[in-house]
Design a protein around this ligand. Structure first.
Ligand code: GLP
Length: 229
């Protein structure tokens, strides 16, 4: 609906169906990405865009190579920049110069992380380098040959960048997300559950399957398809 939108994009399994749908609409001629700009949430530190486990590679193969978005309009933190201060300042400059994100797509970690903002991380941060938690390293090990290959650090947009997006669309599926989803939207707002900050955003849409919603549905005695307050 907004041909020159700035889209904040996410990786992981959750948005794969969304990207497939966008490609399908593009192939049908219903979507044009020629004026779109994209900014990705995060990237592993130390991985090159050619590394199949990098988020740059994921974005190329799952979306960017299949639609008419100009390469120069796409942005992902540079995993190969060793100097965190340089890379984070560069990325924040891009975010600021684009004038903010129109729609930020989010998945959620089993521990409630959004982007790579891990529990305990300060809410007031912009792009920064994080040390990944053991929980996240284990969860993401499924994409690597061995757990030792999972990078220990990542660059991520901060909660502050995410909260400045005009709209947020969070996608969650599977029982492994049920607690994180419940804690994020029905628990206290606390850095121990990074997703809980979304309670303070005025335009969040959550798309989740029954398994991911199971605790919420049970607590509130709601049948699937029913309205959740
Ligand atoms: C990763 C990413 C997050 C993503 C989350 C969930 O660690 N950094 O941006 O939302 O895990 O991933 P998945 O959708 O594969 O469950």
């Amino acid at each position: 609906m907004k041909p020159d939108a700035v889209l904040g994009l996410a990786t992981g399994e959750s948005p794969i169906g969304t990207y497939k749908q966008l490609i399908e609409w593009y192939n049908k001629g219903d979507l044009d990405f020629s004026e779109i700009h994209t900014v990705n949430l995060d990237e592993y530190k130390g991985l090159s865009p050619e590394n199949p486990q990098s988020y740059a590679y994921y974005m190329s193969t799952n979306l960017l190579n299949h639609v008419n978005i100009p390469k120069e309009n796409t942005n992902i933190p540079n995993g190969l920049e060793d100097d965190s201060e340089v890379e984070c300042a560069r990325y924040d400059n891009i975010l600021h110069s684009l004038g903010g994100i129109d729609l930020q797509l989010l998945g959620i970690g089993g521990n409630g992380h959004i982007g790579f903002n891990e529990p305990g991380n300060n809410f007031n941060k912009e792009t920064h380098c994080v040390t990944l938690t053991e929980n996240t390293i284990q969860a993401n090990a499924r994409f690597f040959d061995s757990i030792d290959d999972v990078p220990k650090y990542a660059y991520t947009m901060g909660i502050k960048n995410i909260m400045q997006a005009k709209g947020i669309l969070l996608i969650a599926s599977g029982a492994a997300k049920a607690q994180a989803l419940y804690d994020s939207f029905y628990g206290p707002i606390t850095p121990s559950v990074p997703g809980s900050i979304l309670q303070l955003h005025n335009n969040v849409t959550v798309i989740a399957d029954e398994a991911a919603l199971s605790i919420i549905l049970k607590e509130h005695e709601i049948t699937p398809g029913g309205h959740i307050k």
